[in-house]
Design a protein around this ligand. Structure first.
Ligand code: URA
Length: 418
């Protein structure tokens, strides 16, 4: 077998065998296949697609490229994963609610490439919080307090790490077989037996249309079934950013406010929808509406917030920041974006908002870039809101005066007011 033949088969639109897929994954991970050969194959997959059997074989080969965590001693563990979006702080709110209901949460989250930080970056905005635990400590924490949120360990699906970075660099992320295998390989390797997937759809998501989001959701549900991990995928809207804030510290603040009962409606809707399904998969309630009520009770009685504090302390973080949000470091500049037109906000393209946040330093252009935690965007007006000339549409939180002023102009142009 050799890589040239494998590239040719996919280039010409034919099906790859299990052995050919395993050969590619194993030899690319260990460095025997070059980046340019892998790039050619990835592009051929992007152009010509894969059938279900190929996607399953790719998923399993990537999952098996590193450690497969054994969480069986924790009982039923329900994992959650999002296909990504702008202002997505859902895990920070959802995980402690679910853990406070006695359902173990053992979750590994990524760092963001692209527009904003990932959940691991956001957690690091809490001073002292350590996202890098080894697998033993990770499991120990879940046993002790019912929850641990860490970043992916080095040896979790290493093939996906390499292939994802390559896809990112050659603009081949937005492919259903490649996204499905990337996500499901990590979920299978990280040991959960039940999985809830948030498939985002809209301008700030990889899936821009409902039709493609549905296809991706169905593909991942099938992969989960074939791997004997019960999987439910829900489709959520990502046409505009989720919630009020975009940026790492700012999103942590919004998450803590939500745990205190001060929710943004769109965030609340997504958290409750995903959580209700997690509770159902955990066997703790079949009625989704009742499950949502249970979740809201955990907010009202303060249990979810207590669980979040317990998590922060356990992972070395300073819980005094949770009690006093004013303690979080602030960006040097906070400039208003003022409306120059009256009307109703018709559109607020999530991807464009994400790009502005990234330029301020809230995200990474390259893997090695440092994130600036305190910078970002505060959205005062969102789609459907009424606006008068002179209203403050948003604030830009920036550390560099010139970039902050530029972001003000850019964001004003993203608001479509009719
Ligand atoms: N998230 C992932 O983990 N992988 C993808 O390919 C896309 C989103």
């Amino acid at each position: 077998m050799n890589i040239q033949d494998i590239i040719e088969i996919k280039r010409d639109g034919h099906k790859l065998s299990k052995e050919q897929i395993e050969y590619f994954v194993n030899n690319y991970t260990n460095g025997n296949i070059t980046d340019y050969q892998a790039a050619a194959l990835v592009m051929a997959i992007y152009m010509n697609g894969m059938d279900e059997e190929e996607i399953t074989n790719l998923t399993l080969a990537m999952a098996n490229s590193g450690d497969i965590l054994d969480l069986s001693e924790l009982g039923i563990v329900v994992d959650k994963h999002s296909t990504g979006g702008i202002g997505d702080k859902v895990t920070l709110i959802l995980a402690p609610i679910i853990a406070s209901l006695g359902i173990p949460v053992a979750k590994m989250s990524g760092r963001g490439l692209g527009y904003t930080g990932g959940t691991a970056d956001k957690l690091e905005a809490i001073p002292g919080y350590n996202v890098v635990l080894d697998e033993k400590q990770f499991i120990e924490n879940v046993k002790e307090i019912g929850i641990s949120l860490i970043t992916q360990t080095a040896n979790l699906a290493p093939a996906d790490k390499k292939i994802y970075a390559l896809r990112d660099s050659i603009n081949c992320v937005e492919s259903i077989p490649l996204i499905a295998s990337s996500i499901m390989s990590k979920k299978i390797a990280s040991g959960a037996n039940k999985i809830v997937l948030d498939v985002t759809c809209g301008s700030g998501a990889f899936m821009k249309t409902k039709e493609n989001a549905k296809k991706l959701a169905e593909t991942m549900e099938k992969m989960g079934k074939l791997a004997e991990r019960e999987t439910v995928a829900v489709i959520t809207n990502m046409d505009q950013p989720l919630g009020k804030y975009v940026g790492n510290t700012l999103e942590v603040i919004e998450a803590i406010e939500a745990l205190n009962g001060h929710w943004q409606e769109d965030v609340k809707e997504v958290v409750l929808l995903l959580g209700a399904n997690m509770i159902k998969l955990a066997g703790k309630g079949d009625d989704l509406e009742e499950n949502k009520v249970k979740m809201l009770e955990q907010i009202e009685n303060g249990e979810a917030l207590s669980k979040f504090k317990e998590l922060v302390v356990k992972q070395g973080g300073d819980a005094s920041y949770i009690e006093d949000l004013e303690k979080f470091p602030k960006a040097k500049y906070k400039l208003p974006v003022i409306a120059t037109k009256s009307g109703i906000v018709n559109k607020l393209n999530a991807e464009e908002v994400g790009k502005i946040a990234m330029k301020l330093g809230a995200g990474r252009l390259r893997k090695e870039d440092e994130i600036i935690k305190e910078v970002g965007i505060e959205l005062n007006k969102k789609v459907g809101n009424n606006v008068e000339i002179g209203d403050i549409l948003a604030y830009i939180h920036g550390n560099n005066e010139e970039l902050t002023e530029k972001a003000v102009i850019d964001l004003r142009n993203v608001y479509e007011i009719e």
